[in-house]
Design a protein around this ligand. Structure first.
Ligand code: COI
Length: 355
């Protein structure tokens, strides 16, 4: 594909980045990919400096949240090569999110190419420390300025990148989850499978309350019966009960279709584990814990990678899982997935897309 036009940044942000204290999503690279939709079609893609944008106060995105996003990462291999992990899956999911939010289909091949070109241009921003990476954030949003509740006729699609450390301050150490009694993430027919701002906005208050009570995140139950486990909001969830690995089925239409989730299921099946995508209640988890059958709990996500869960709090019960240590299944998945991503294990399935 052709090189997209580039307007270079006049100064670099690189020297202002504290690579020794990176954390998640605090710093941004010099350039971003941009593509605008107007008069019924997407215009010429371009690469421009990462900089403040002029957006009118009446921009529809601020008022009614017509916006979607994705998250994926670029990894530096020991050879100096750089790869992204299954980026086509993120772009397919972004298209599904766009359709749910009435944002017009975008050319996935051009955005994939744009991601490659912008990462290549800002290659020096990719962190070298183990476990760190360049987080890639594609997103699209309304550009019409009006206060009627309606879909926009103009849109902007951007891809920004951010050198990052682990998402949770705990790193790969186990996190603590709280099951909120009063709140839900989304209901059937809502926007739960779309990666859209509203789902995350709705999670802020329950997540803040959970944090104040000493938990890292919340574990959501379904909206209808408040019994079935759904996801964590920043990651999907897996339980190892006896010899079975269980993760909530996507069929409810209220759970994000995680790409790390899909990868974990594929690997576990290849390795001969019994994996079931099915409905699972919080009571089943509590009973498995009482019976000594709850061996491991872990979350999966691009930002979270594989994140062991050491404690779950539900009503007046606190379950400590696997003595608050990462379990065998979670560790094996972490090692394999990060090994493939960072190029230290063979990528036999063709998941890496080289830059
Ligand atoms: C991701 O895992 O990439 C996410 O989008 C989760 C979170 C950072 C919003």
């Amino acid at each position: 594909m052709e090189r997209f036009p580039v307007t270079r940044a006049s100064t670099s942000r690189y020297d202002s980045i504290d690579y020794g204290n990176l954390r998640f999503g605090r710093y941004f690279s010099d350039h971003m990919f941009q593509m605008d939709f107007e008069n019924g079609s997407w215009g010429t893609p371009q690469i421009v400096p990462y900089a403040p944008m002029a957006i009118e106060p009446a921009n529809l995105t601020f008022h009614y949240g017509q916006t979607v996003f994705e998250g994926l990462k670029a990894y530096l291999h020991p050879t100096g090569a750089v790869s992204m992990f299954r980026p086509g899956k993120n772009l397919e999911r972004m298209t599904r999110s766009c359709r749910r939010l009435c944002i017009p289909d975008f050319p996935e091949d051009q955005v994939l190419e744009g991601m490659k070109q912008v990462i290549d241009l800002d290659r020096k921003f990719i962190p070298t420390e183990e476990g760190h990476s360049l987080y890639i954030r594609p997103f699209a949003f309304a550009m019409d300025n009006l206060l009627g509740v309606q879909e926009s006729t103009r849109y902007r699609l951007l891809v920004i990148t951010s050198p990052v450390a682990a998402y949770y301050p705990e790193g790969i150490k186990p996190v603590k989850l709280d099951v909120p009694g009063d709140y839900i993430r989304c209901a059937r027919g809502g926007t739960g499978t779309a990666k859209t701002a509203a789902n995350y906005a709705a999670s802020l208050l329950p997540a803040k309350l959970a944090r104040q009570a000493g938990y890292t995140q919340v574990l959501w139950l379904d909206a209808d019966e408040h019994r079935y486990i759904e996801e964590v909001g920043t990651m999907n969830i897996f339980f190892v009960i006896g010899d079975e690995v269980v993760t909530p089925a996507l069929s409810s239409g209220t759970i994000l279709e995680g790409i790390t989730r899909m990868t974990a299921i594929e690997l576990l099946k290849d390795w001969g584990y019994t994996v079931h995508e099915r409905r699972i209640t919080i009571d089943e988890v509590c009973e498995a814990q009482s019976a000594g059958q709850l061996k491991e709990v872990f979350g999966t996500g691009t930002a979270a990678v594989i994140s062991p869960v050491g404690e779950i709090h539900y009503m007046n019960q606190t379950m400590t899982i696997n003595n608050f240590a990462i379990g065998e299944v979670g560790q094996r998945l972490y090692d394999e997935i990060t090994g493939i991503q960072y190029g230290t294990r063979e990528d036999t399935r063709g998941w890496n897309v080289m830059i």
